[in-house]
Design a protein around this ligand. Structure first.
Ligand code: SAH
Length: 398
């Protein structure tokens, strides 16, 4: 049985939460009043002891829990989860009815009313991601609610928390009939291979769908394309299908080679005509400069943080350097697709990194397009700060 405790919220946080802000910040509460068990329901009260809402206690790096409802009469039970799931699914009717795209996000945490929980759809299979021990304590209710709401081949899960907030190696199968992997999904007619039970990541980042389409339709044709931090090469596949003369994919992880070959192969692209390099991007930049390589289209999509034997990379600190190295190997009039999913800064700051890099290299540029999260990655309407994705298409003028 889930416990409920009353918890006082300090100002100005109480006003924010009352208006609909979903995240309970660490600074909003007196740590001494926090319960011992994550998953405890919190009856949130203001300093006049007036009801604000009901939330749950779950520790993420962003905060200590999420508001679930501001209706004093609403209880957090299976019916609550069913109601939220049905609404989220109704919102994605256009996705469910589109045969050209069979992988998308069905439930996006706070944007759909339950922070700390996301659900992705992969061609009949569902992937539930849990972001705190707190929300994971509701798992029985959540799985019963989901199983009653959708038709599924199988449900898989990723636990994206432990003491360090990292993914835990585990068997990710939850219920249904286990799938065979790779599972092939469609995205705007392209094919992607996904693995739902093989480590922290599935093979494709669904939030970049619109960027892949833009690359394929409007930017790739006849280019020499470079994809840095390429992972399984999803952007390279989009570029090859969009008519790139050649793609080069660079990722330091050994697994990226086989995974990239797989993505090309399921799209009938001859991977031997493409370059796939397992190496540190920063070493590749030096190699490319030494050989005077020039690219017409470069994708930069680094992780927010990364550590290799020689160095650590943090987007917030190193993006301008990454861009400067890129500018040096981008052809005149070429396009740089600069992307980051770092939630700790917004578009304005990201653009200041771009501006700094071009100023430092005395190069002129033009921003030609911008992207954030696609529609299925719903964010709370009033709070765009939860829209963490920032992608800017930049043309190098000279
Ligand atoms: N752009 C990819 C996702 C990138 S995930 C896509 O759209 O699918 C981040 C990737 O960066 C991981 O595959 C990781 O192995 C790689 N990586 C981290 N540090 C790196 C480095 N210094 N050089 C090359 N790759 C790196």
């Amino acid at each position: 049985m889930t416990q409920t405790i009353a918890l006082q919220i300090q100002q100005p946080f109480s006003d924010q939460l009352r208006k609909g802000y979903p995240l309970i910040s660490k600074d909003a509460v007196n740590a001494k009043q926090l319960p011992t068990e994550q998953g405890t329901l919190l009856k949130l009260m203001d300093h006049h002891n007036r009801f604000i809402g009901t939330g749950y206690y779950g520790i993420q790096n962003k905060g200590i829990g999420w508001v679930l409802t501001t209706d004093a009469n609403e209880t957090i039970d299976k019916a609550f989860f069913i109601k939220k799931f049905k609404k989220a699914i109704d919102n994605r009717a256009a996705f469910f009815n589109n045969d050209n795209t069979t992988a998308f996000r069905v439930f996006n945490g706070e944007g759909d009313g339950i922070g700390g929980l996301t659900i992705d759809f992969f061609n009949g299979y569902y992937m539930v991601s849990w972001y705190s021990e707190g929300i994971y304590s509701f798992k029985e209710m959540v799985y019963e609610a989901l199983a009653e709401t959708v038709n599924y081949q199988a449900i898989y899960e990723k636990k994206r928390f432990d003491s360090k907030g990292q993914y835990m190696e585990q068997d990710d199968f939850v219920m249904g009939t286990p799938g065979e992997f790779p599972l092939l999904v469609k995205e705007n007619g392209m094919t992607y291979a996904v693995h739902l039970n093989d480590g922290a990541m599935t093979g494709i980042f669904l939030d970049q769908r619109e960027v892949r389409l833009a690359i394929r339709e409007r930017y790739a044709n006849s280019t020499n394309m470079l994809n840095t931090f390429s992972y399984t090469g999803a952007f390279s596949v989009a570029a090859a299908l969009g008519g790139a003369n050649k793609t080069t994919s660079v990722d330091v992880a050994k697994r990226s080679l086989a995974k990239t070959i797989e993505q090309f192969s399921v799209n009938d692209i001859d991977y031997e005509a493409q370059d796939i390099k397992v190496m540190d991007v920063f070493h590749y930049f030096k190699y490319a400069q030494r050989h005077a390589l020039q690219f017409d289209l470069v994708v930069l999509d680094p992780p927010s943080f990364a550590r290799t034997k020689q160095m650590t990379f943090s987007t917030a600190k190193d993006y301008p350097k990454l861009l400067k190295d890129t500018i040096a190997i981008t052809a005149k009039n070429g396009i740089i697709v600069a992307s980051t999913n770092n939630a700790s800064f917004g578009m304005k700051k990201f653009k200041s990194f771009i501006d700094q890099a071009f100023k430092d290299t005395r190069t002129r540029y033009k921003i030609v397009e911008e992207y954030g999260l696609p529609k299925d990655f719903r964010v709370p309407r009033e709070y765009p700060e939860f829209n963490y994705l920032k992608v800017v298409f930049i043309q190098k003028i000279d």
